[in-house]
Design a binder for this molecule. Structure first.
Ligand code: FAD
Length: 503
């Protein structure tokens, strides 16, 4: 690999991905002598304009940037998020919460769910939701920060994320990035210049004729993938076979319902609908498969199922599930939609930007580009996509719905290898396995498998060491402790007001 020592980093694109990259890289490396960071974006092209729900890892990103949480919540009109409520996924009429945090408490050194499974055999049919403070508080519209210094409280292990206005988040990060020395350049890129021999990108030319040169380019140009895809020709690996939804229509509406700290995903005939309550509005969208439903029908279903008055025209988006075969090629690293896309069922896209930035920072070229480091970046990035894909496919596979072509297709789909192994393990022994350092924890896998009707073939034998009475008593105690804690938590509205983060 060749390339000149890095003096100029050029970020192409100013959506959420671009400004996250600009804010983080300038925070970490901005003081390096002789290093300049610029970001090129085009107001005329604009951003994708959706993407509102996050997962708890965003707290690490914000704290790396030194962001004050109350200020961030107020500026981005955010609400808290304790998990995702899935409605009609297993069958019409069913609902459950995939919460952040944990279920119950481990006993005798064994994971809690083995005791829950044994409880089911003893006739205690309380759902998993009852053992999660995130699920119970979310449904009750309550929120309070985790209390790690109170180990006996269920609040000790509460996990939370945010639901926010992604455009406001990008603006919020832009202010910080510019204060940290990032130069913003407005203009549409019309040409990309490359080194004749190596193919390295050397500069991007704007409509105005200005040439922005650099040694490292970060492609945050969205679905266009201007540098990695269009210029370097890195192939897109299409996973539509497993995730056939390829369209979305988004439309915000006024608040007509409550602002519970939960994202809701409701399964529809050819996809699913999201509902994300922010402080000032509800974000809504319908993700669907164009092979199974027309744009007009999908839009009508969305409009018919809003909790308030729509106040913007429908925003239609097209995509394919998958990722670029290499996230880093030559001197171009893609982040965000330029690197790949998996439908927002588990709100993972912003997290993938964050993990891409962290990986780039860890493997940042010392002098010139090293093939080994690039290969590692690509391997780890691909694994992230595979892990998330398998988890998303589980939601579609674990259904009994047979009321439409899409559900029949998904129910009968041959699972991916990673998913197959997890399903077999749970079906045979009730064990939930987590490979390497994959994003979704045992709690997440358990939540979707158990709540979507995958039957555990057994439980850990150590769960039999407890007498029936003791086991049922402990299960009841955990439920009661959680219910009491939830009853003492403030509503999300009161919590936001008391912290000065309400708008
Ligand atoms: P974009 O927002 O498209 O930004 C691209 C940038 O590149 C823009 O600034 C544009 O001006 C610039 N650009 C492009 N071409 C040129 C050019 N020629 N010259 C100059 N500038 C150029 N993520 C989540 O985490 N949670 C969610 O709930 C969620 N929901 C989503 C729902 C849908 C339907 C979709 C499609 C995505 C969702 N996402 C979600 C993903 C999230 O929106 C994106 O990952 C995130 O916003 C990052 O987008 P981006 O910055 O990569 O691209």
């Amino acid at each position: 690999m060749n390339g000149a020592p890095i003096r100029n980093i050029v970020i192409v694109g100013g959506g959420t991905a671009g400004w996250m990259a600009a804010a983080a890289i300038s925070k970490i490396m901005g003081k390096m002598p002789g290093l300049s960071i610029s970001l090129v974006e085009s107001e005329a092209i604009g951003t994708v304009g959706v993407g509102e729900a996050t997962i708890p890892q965003i707290n690490q990103f914000n704290s790396l940037l030194g962001i004050d949480e109350n200020e961030f919540v107020r500026e981005t009109h955010a609400t808290y998020k304790l998990g995702i409520e899935f409605v009609d996924w297993t069958h019409i009429g069913d609902r459950y919460v995939h919460p952040f945090g944990h279920y119950g408490i481990d006993m005798l050194g064994i994971e809690f769910h083995h005791f829950w499974l044994r409880g089911l055999e003893l006739g205690d049919s309380h759902p998993l939701d009852d053992y999660s403070i995130g699920a119970m508080a979310g449904k009750a519209g309550k929120f309070f920060w985790p209390q790690p210094d109170q180990p006996n409280s269920p609040l000790a292990r509460l996990g939370y994320a945010f639901q926010f206005d992604a455009s406001r988040y990008a603006r919020f990060l832009r202010t910080r990035a510019e204060m940290q020395g990032v130069t913003r350049i407005e203009g549409r890129i019309t040409e990309v210049e490359q080194d004749g021999e190596s193919g390295f990108v050397t500069g991007v030319k704007l409509e105005s004729g200005e040439l922005v040169t650099g040694e490292l380019f970060i492609d945050c140009s969205g679905f266009r993938a201007l540098l990695l895809g269009q210029t370097l020709g890195v192939e897109f690996r299409d996973w539509s076979k497993w995730l056939p939804c390829d369209r979305a229509v988004a439309m915000p509406c006024t608040h007509g319902g409550s602002r519970e700290p939960l994202t809701r995903s409701t399964a529809r005939a050819a996809g699913w609908q999201w509902r994300i309550p922010l402080q000032h509005r509800i974000g809504n969208g319908h993700v669907y498969s164009s092979a199974h439903m027309s744009e007009d029908e999908a839009t009508q279903i969305l409009i018919d199922n809003l909790d308030g008055e729509p106040f913007a025209a429908p925003n239609h988006l097209r995509f394919a599930a998958g990722h670029r075969a290499k996230g880093w090629d030559r001197n171009v690293v893609a982040l965000g939609l330029a690197g790949g896309f998996l439908e927002p069922l588990e709100s993972t896209a912003i997290h993938l930007v964050q993990s891409g930035i962290a990986r780039l920072m860890a493997l940042f070229p010392t002098t010139t580009f090293s093939a080994k480091e690039i290969e590692r970046f690509n391997r780890e990035t691909e694994q992230d996509y595979i892990d998330i894909r398998d988890f998303l496919v589980l939601h579609y596979k674990a259904t009994t719905r047979d009321d439409s072509e899409l559900w029949n297709y998904c129910r009968n789909l041959e699972p991916t290898d990673g998913l197959k192994e997890k399903l077999e393990m749970f079906r045979s022994s009730g064990r939930v396995i987590r490979d390497h350092n994959e994003l979704f924890t045992e709690t997440s896998w358990l939540s979707v498998m158990a709540c979507q009707g995958i039957t555990a073939g057994g439980y850990h034998p150590a769960a039999d060491l407890m007498s029936d009475e003791e086991l049922l008593h402990r299960l009841g105690h955990i439920r009661q402790v959680i219910a009491t804690a939830v009853s003492q938590m403030p509503t999300q509205e009161d919590f936001l007001r008391s912290n000065g983060s309400a708008i």
